[in-house]
Design a protein around this ligand. Structure first.
Ligand code: HEM
Length: 332
């Protein structure tokens, strides 16, 4: 049993209990319905700004785009326009393909050692498919949730709701994106525990967000299809939060507050976790620089002379100790 996995699971169960017991027994609606959500949003916004400024201030003295194809070169060589973009426009297309369709993940392979010792590389399509299903369904659920925060609900959100529940299974109609989200996040979790190599490198920081998102999707589905929440009350609370006139309606029970609390924890955790890859991808020099080193001379922007510590100086500093330790020195 992976200890990281247990720690994360226990943490998420504890969070569940804190919110559920806090609301059902402690009547702490003000804490979980007002204070925690505002605190989470402030931490999220502040944290993201901090991380982005930190990245933006990091010097990028070299051209280091990942080159997955031929750079624009002599006229007779074929240029890989998206895998080695030459212009800002090319970078934009490459970035869009990456952000929207996870192109680099699509090209991923996994190494396989057969029992007879033969090494082969297999196209790793399942991770790509699972990741795509997860991110797109998450986005759809998020956009759909805007119906709780807007009045009147904008037409595009109403249309999205209709499209998402077009199969008309049960009452209330099944939202495909919610079901796909739960299935995809469960798949991503099972992949981590089933594949020994992936399990070996998985940390609590990998499992925690997965359990948290499983918890969010699970409590959401529970509310909508099973325990039946008072949606009008939930909307009143959400509208109260965004209009800065918080209200705490009766009739929204513990599970709703758990759902909201999980979301708040996710928001507050987001800027300090691996989930920041969402912002990092745009600021990644390996992705946002055009590969034009054959056409443009890039000069290191740092001013010379650069402070260096030469070997002579190093030896002068440590000669005695080096001799003592029996290390060879250039000057006795
Ligand atoms: C990361 C953000 C969130 C995620 C991923 C999420 C996910 C889900 C999912 C998967 C469902 C099941 C039904 C569906 O597919 O829509 C759901 C239902 C629900 N969520 Fe969320 N949720 C999030 C944030 C919130 C927030 C901030 C609120 C606060 C108002 C909220 C309130 C509700 C309510 C009231 C339902 C029941 C809806 C119904 O009965 O139609 N959720 N959520």
């Amino acid at each position: 049993m992976n200890v990281n996995y247990m720690v994360s699971l226990i943490a998420v169960i504890a969070l569940f209990l804190i919110a559920y017991v806090g609301v059902e027994l402690g009547r702490l609606q003000v804490l979980f319905g007002v204070i925690v959500p505002y605190a989470a949003v402030i931490i999220f916004i502040g944290g993201v700004i901090h991380r982005v400024i930190d990245w933006a201030r990091s010097p990028v003295p070299f051209r280091i785009p990942t080159t997955a194809g031929q750079q624009k070169s002599l006229p007779f060589t074929q240029h890989a326009r998206f895998d080695n973009p030459f212009t800002a426009g090319g970078v934009l297309v490459r970035m869009a393909l990456e952000v929207l369709f996870f192109r680099s993940l699509f090209r991923n392979t996994s190494a396989n050692l057969d029992p007879d010792g033969k090494l082969s590389y297999i196209w790793e399509k399942w991770l790509w498919l699972g990741a795509l299903a997860f991110h797109w369904s998450f986005l759809t659920v998020l956009i759909r949730h805007l119906r709780f925060f807007t009045e009147p609900v904008p037409l595009p959100i109403q249309v999205l709701e209709k499209v998402d529940s077009f199969m008309q299974i049960g009452v209330p109609g099944l939202f495909l994106s919610g079901a796909v989200l739960l299935a995809a996040v469960l798949f991503l979790f099972l992949r981590r525990v089933w594949i020994p190599q992936v399990r070996y490198i998985s940390l609590a920081a990998d499992f925690f967000p997965l359990f948290l998102i499983i918890g969010i999707a699970f409590t959401g589905i529970l509310m909508r299809y099973f325990t039946k929440i008072d949606v009008v009350g939930a909307k009143a609370l959400a509208m109260g939060l965004v209009s800065f006139h918080p209200v705490l309606p009766e009739g929204v029970g513990g599970i709703f507050y758990v759902h909201l609390f999980f979301v708040c924890v996710l928001l507050a955790y987001f800027p300090f976790s691996k989930l920041m890859h969402m912002g990092g991808i745009f600021l990644s020099p390996t992705r946002n620089l055009p590969g034009n080193t054959r056409a443009v001379r890039h000069v290191n922007p740092w001013n010379y002379p650069v402070a260096v510590h030469t070997y002579e100086e190093y030896e002068d500093e440590f000669r005695e100790k080096m001799i003592e330790a029996g290390l060879p020195v250039e000057k006795e």
